[in-house]
Design a protein around this ligand. Structure first.
Ligand code: PMV
Length: 286
């Protein structure tokens, strides 16, 4: 059986969400497809290589199998992964592969897992691999659509985005960099988080107004820069966009990763165009 799940883009609120503030996150129309076939042994094939059950090369898929094995007896499986989502750049590739693997496993092994069960299991897998995680990515990958967190309120996102990928980054490193800054300047950084919180809330209420949302994108980017998660490369790219009258911000942890803006007919060089994806995980035709 084949299943697919979407990646995600954080529109507003990264880092502040770690400290209880709001974030606005959308699924994107870039998907990870996982094909699972019962077999006598395990074989996992992706662009990372071909392995057996391998917690080093294929940690997300291997832990997904381990967790799924708690509800079904899995003796072996042939698993093939194809993903349109760049790895390690903040677009939710890890959660998408977990969620699609769990859905394909459940379809192939005849265990009827509903979305909530897939989401709960995917969250455990994320923690198995990363140690700690907010659970936002597996939620978005499972359910699709755009949501305001933490209350999980659906938001309608009526535009497409351009996304530029500046390469892999470390979320853990950026999260601890922000934590250090917050330790040194607690009151200042808390106020910045409060401002980011208001930006996410204002955006969720005014998504139809492109000009207004663009102002919020610029404000959020300035605040991300203030907490030290931008880089000279990102700053230069955003300044270049500004000269061409484009507004953009980091999406995700920063320190590299991706930058995005609202697509208004001008596609920046090297960017990809993504749309909000309303559909979450699903079984695909063979
Ligand atoms: O770049 P990503 O997708 O790993 O996003 C990280 C988002 C943070 O807010 C920085 C961390 C988190 O767990 O929410």
């Amino acid at each position: 059986m084949i299943a697919s799940a979407p990646g995600k883009i954080i529109l507003f609120g990264e880092h502040a969400v770690v400290y209880g503030r709001h974030a606005l996150v959308s699924a994107i129309n870039k998907r990870c497809r996982v094909k699972v076939k019962k077999a006598g042994d395990f074989r996992i094939k992706s662009r990372l290589g071909v392995t057996g059950l391998d917690f080093e090369t294929h940690p997300y898929v291997s832990f997904a199998i381990k967790r799924f094995d708690e509800v079904a007896d899995v003796k072996g499986a042939d698993i093939e992964i194809e993903s349109e989502i760049p790895i390690g750049s903040g677009l939710g590739s890890s959660a998408a592969v977990i969620v699609a693997t769990l859905k394909a496993l459940s379809a192939e092994f005849g265990v009827d897992l509903n979305n909530e069960e897939i989401f709960e299991m995917a969250k455990k897998v994320e923690i198995d691999v990363q140690g700690r995680a907010s659970g936002i990515d597996p939620f978005i990958s499972t359910y699709g659509g755009a949501w305001l967190f933490p209350e999980r309120r659906r938001v309608d996102v009526p535009f497409s985005f351009f996304v530029v990928n500046l390469g892999e980054k470390s979320t853990a490193e950026m999260v601890s960099k922000v934590a250090e800054l917050k330790n040194r300047h607690p009151e200042v950084v808390e106020k910045i988080f409060d401002a980011i919180d208001l930006i996410s809330l204002e955006a969720s209420r005014n998504m139809g107004d492109v000009e207004f949302v663009n102002e919020l994108i610029a404000l959020n980017q300035s605040l991300l820069r203030a907490i030290g998660v931008s880089t000279p490369e990102i700053d230069e790219l955003i300044a270049r966009f500004e000269r061409g009258e484009l507004v953009a911000k980091i999406t995700g942890a920063g320190g590299g990763g991706c930058v995005f803006g609202i697509y208004m007919g001008k596609k920046p060089e090297g960017s990809m165009i993504v749309e909000c994806e309303t559909e979450g995980v699903r079984v695909e035709e063979e």
